[in-house]
Design a protein around this ligand. Structure first.
Ligand SMILES: C[S@@+](CC[C@H](N)C(=O)[O-])C[C@H]1O[C@@H](n2cnc3c(N)ncnc32)[C@H](O)[C@@H]1O
Length: 387
């Protein structure tokens, strides 16, 4: 059978969820999603197997090409210079297969040896399986890399980096019904699961929309990522001086909660096929939602994290020298087919429609660093000479 037609879930995890639902008489969708993705033994991210790349369920920018990490490495190097050029810690949370870390370290070693000598690369990774795979990939940089908890980063000077972490946090699902916020709870029905609308499980949900000064339109469904709010507070607390760079797909709140987005943005991925049903392939498919960058900015500001840059991934990469580096790589390439493949692969990182260029955004916040002009903010008019 075509494996993409197989909708069966992990029966052990389904049983665990069913028992939890019974004990609590229904659970908020966020708790269901937490169990699906992060149950310590059976969760999607915790079980062995590859999730990212061709043999997995989805691509990330770092799995598309090493140039992504190499360009980010240039931005990190400038941040190191802004901080005065001493010891610099890059703390990456949610490192997946470890490819972004590898490309950043290799980029630094090749392009800026002095920066590389001053680097410490710390990874915060919830999945033991992920940590194992990352350690294998990063073996060549062994003495520079270690794994820790977020709290161990207290007093951090450097940059806290993540790529597609926040979209993997469990979200609450809410609906606006008759002007009232209602929350989706998951209950058991027959062999499967069903949804029921109830009052919000926590006052943090209405507070989320009050902070934004917007609410979803009548009848609309939307996601509320309370974990992202707590995360931003926590990293604002541990960072003493430096930067937070968050790369992910998402929008400003106005766009994310726009009236036309009637069903919200929750998506599932299995073998590169996108689906909308989180109640199938339980524990075997990824579940994700677009992120709300406005909330990250607002919560960060309370922690003295000032927004320094917010833009689409294509602008960010062009600012860091995407085109110039692509041209250099092409000039070195002697095989015509490989040169074409290179162009097509890299196009994916910047193409707006159907690629990763526009839907992915980059937010950079700074603490105790003033208002430096970041390399990634180089205007496009300087990147592409007028014709
Ligand atoms: C979509 S993957 C990220 C991919 C990776 N950054 C890349 O560029 O390919 C999400 C990663 O975040 C990890 N993760 C999810 N929640 C986490 C948390 N609270 N703390 C640390 N890691 C987490 C997952 O185990 C997984 O490695």
């Amino acid at each position: 059978m075509d494996s993409t037609l197989d909708t069966a879930g992990n029966p052990r995890l389904e049983e665990i969820i069913r028992r939890r639902i019974e004990e609590k008489d229904g659970i908020p969708f966020s708790e269901f999603m937490e169990l699906c993705l992060y149950h310590p033994e059976e969760g999607y991210y915790m079980a062995p197997g590859s999730r990212i790349g061709k043999s997995g369920d989805f691509f990330t920018s770092s799995s598309v090409h090493s140039l992504f990490g190499r360009l980010i490495s240039r931005q990190l190097r400038q941040m190191w210079e802004i901080l005065g050029g001493g010891l610099f810690t890059i703390a990456e949370q949610g490192a997946g297969e470890g490819h972004l870390a590898l490309d950043i370290l290799e980029g630094a070693a090749a392009e800026a040896p002095e920066f590389y000598r001053n680097l410490r690369y710390r990874i915060v990774e919830v999945s033991p399986e992920g940590r194992k795979r990352q350690a294998e990939v990063l073996g060549g940089h062994g003495n520079r890399v270690d794994w820790c908890e977020l709290d161990d980063l207290e007093g951090l000077e450097g940059c806290l980096l993540s790529n597609e972490l926040v979209d993997a946090f469990p979200v609450h699902l809410i609906e606006n019904r008759g002007g009232e916020l209602r929350e989706v709870f998951v209950i058991s029905r027959g062999e499967g699961f069903a949804e029921e609308l109830r009052s919000p499980s926590t006052s943090e949900i209405p507070a989320y929309f009050e902070r934004l000064g917007i609410s979803p339109a009548e009848g609309n469904r939307a996601e509320v990522n309370l974990k992202a709010v707590r995360w931003m507070r926590q990293i604002g607390g541990v960072l003493r001086r430096g930067f937070v760079m968050t790369i992910d797909y998402g929008y400003s709140a106005r766009d994310l909660f726009a009236p036309f987005r009637r069903e919200g943005t929750l998506m599932c991925y299995y073998r590169h096929i996108a689906g909308e049903n989180p109640y199938q392939r339980i524990g075997r498919q990824d579940i994700t939602a677009h992120i709300d960058f406005t909330t990250l900015e607002k919560v960060g500001e309370k922690e003295r994290l000032n927004p320094l840059y917010f833009g689409e991934q294509y602008r960010f990469l062009l600012g860091l020298g995407f085109l110039e580096t692509l041209m250099e790589m092409q000039e070195r390439e002697t095989d015509e087919n490989r040169a074409r493949d290179l162009r097509l692969t890299l196009k994916n990182l910047i193409v707006p429609e159907g690629g990763m260029g526009e839907i992915f955004k980059v937010l950079i916040q700074g603490k105790a660093v003033g208002h430096p002009e970041l390399l990634c903010g180089r205007p496009i008019s300087e990147v592409v000479p007028p014709v």
